[in-house]
Design a protein around this ligand. Structure first.
Ligand code: EPU
Length: 439
């Protein structure tokens, strides 16, 4: 495999950020981590050569590729060519798949749980190491399992893995207690080859779900309702799906990161390929904070010429403000005028990065699942560590507004989901670099 363009996280690297003046220029937003990983898993559903374009250069893609390779899929990564917006990934599924995902590999990424639906519906059995991912508290998979059980699967949960088997899955009526992104994706992938019709109620509506459905439809699946709370999938005969060519949807969280950077530093930046419809509520809240945002078909332009104003924000499933935006919002509020309250409704434990922001002088207190952020006049650079992907990006953005130097360690977390955040911000004029850590 040609991984010449792939990111390599080195434990001894840090991101070094100085205070930035106003940003200017154009940044092109890459494809979405939280879509591409599921699209890669969906390639298990049909034999042939699948082609994914606009694939972000991130380590989670490498890890998912390694995992799929272990199962028997051969994968070639074609580096971004002239005029292309991302890598191309060629996935060859010959049907000779061993449906066993070892714990050591599954534990490295949350999206390994997305193997459940495709492997069960296609091969009738699976052994999968318990999925890992960011550590922000308990991340159960009960809805994935009960949905698949309603379709006829039987599971045994062992200390480090899940073993599942089934005859051909049956269509079922499944109503989630909460619109889980991952569970919706697994049931979708299981339903496309099931016998009969599956109706998913209280389904997740995220743009990444719509993207997965677009690829499944290209493979020959029959469904409607994606993007709404009720998705209906009419199963097709196993073997009747074919390979797909599909362009990965734009990453709305990376897009929001560059908007947040404009909010922190001021300036005017063209954010190419951002899809305004995928971030409508968040864009409204950015505007409430004082950013000017003009949207069009090809992207958006974000500008800011004043100190941000504090707002209160609560995270919710799509179309609400996504939990993945939250660390960015907390970073912005830490220098905004006034006090803002941020309520986390998805992951109660997702406030670990607050301690790191405090090292920069942010005035944040946590009360249960609320963060109370008192804006300060300025942040001061310090050495901090990225606790997870989005929090790491928020620390980078905060560093742009801090006097002195901010050094961010543990950046392998950022590399999991951000395609060259340093190069992209530097391209907008930010004083930022990636350096070997002085020992
Ligand atoms: N939940 C359950 N039981 C389940 C499934 C979920 O209780 O069976 C709970 C979770 O514990 C959590 C909530 O439901 O409290 C939301 O979980 P969801 O299943 O919607 O999230 P996910 O599929 O595990 C994806 C993204 C996350 C993103 C969430 C919410 C991927 C690989 N991960 O996770 O992204 O925060 O949706 O939008 O797609 C990130 O990219 O940094 C990230 C963490």
């Amino acid at each position: 495999m040609d991984m010449s363009e792939a990111p390599r996280s080195h434990g001894d690297e840090v991101i070094v950020v100085a205070r930035s003046g106003p940003l200017s220029g154009t940044v092109t937003v890459p494809g979405a981590k939280n879509s591409v990983l599921k699209l890669m898993a969906a390639a298990l559903l049909a034999d042939g050569t699948h082609l994914l374009t606009n694939v972000p250069v991130i380590t989670d893609v490498e890890m998912m590729a390694d995992l799929l390779r272990t199962l028997g899929v051969s994968i070639t990564v074609h580096p971004t060519g002239t005029g292309e917006t991302g890598q191309r990934l060629e996935l060859v599924n010959t049907g000779a798949i061993t449906p066993v995902a070892p714990f050591e590999q599954a534990d490295r990424i949350r999206a390994s749980v997305n193997l459940l639906g495709p492997l069960l519906s296609r091969f009738g059995e699976i052994e999968i190491g318990l999925p890992g991912g960011d550590d922000f508290g308990s991340r159960p998979i009960d809805m994935h399992l009960s949905g698949l059980e309603a379709m006829g699967a039987v599971f045994e949960v062992r200390p480090d893995c899940i073993v599942g088997r089934c005859d051909r899955l049956r269509g079922a009526e499944i109503e989630f207690g909460f619109p889980s992104v991952g569970a919706t994706e697994n049931i979708l992938c299981a339903a496309v080859l099931a016998d009969g019709t599956t109706v998913i109620r209280n389904a997740a509506r995220e743009p990444e779900i719509v993207d997965l459905c677009a690829m499944l439809r290209r493979m020959g699946a029959h469904m409607d309702g994606e993007g709404t709370s009720t998705i209906t999938v009419r199963g097709v005969v196993p073997g009747s799906l074919g390979p797909a060519r599909h362009e990965v949807v734009t990453d709305r969280v990376q897009a929001a990161t560059y908007i947040a950077a404009v909010g922190m530093c001021g300036g005017r930046v063209r954010i190419e390929r951002a899809v305004a419809d995928h971030m409508g509520v968040m864009l409204g809240r950015f505007t409430d904070m004082g950013l000017q945002i003009d949207t069009d078909e090809a992207g958006l332009t974000a500008a800011c010429d004043r100190r941000l104003t504090s707002i209160d924000v609560a995270t919710l499933p799509f179309p609400g403000v996504a939990t993945d935006y939250k660390p960015l919002v907390v970073a912005m509020l830490s220098v905004a005028d006034g006090t803002g309250i941020v309520t986390e409704n998805l992951y109660p434990g997702r406030f670990r990065y607050v301690e790191e922001l405090r090292k920069l002088g942010a005035g944040i207190t946590i009360d249960g699942h609320h963060a109370v952020v008192r804006g300060v006049g300025h942040l001061t650079g310090a050495r901090v560590d990225a606790p997870d992907i989005r929090a790491g990006a928020a620390l980078v953005v905060a560093g742009l507004a801090a006097s002195g130097i901010t050094e961010i360690g543990e950046i392998h977390h950022i590399d999991r989901g951000y395609d060259d955040i340093v190069g992209r911000l530097a391209g907008l004029g930010a004083p930022i670099s990636r350096e070997s850590q002085a020992s």
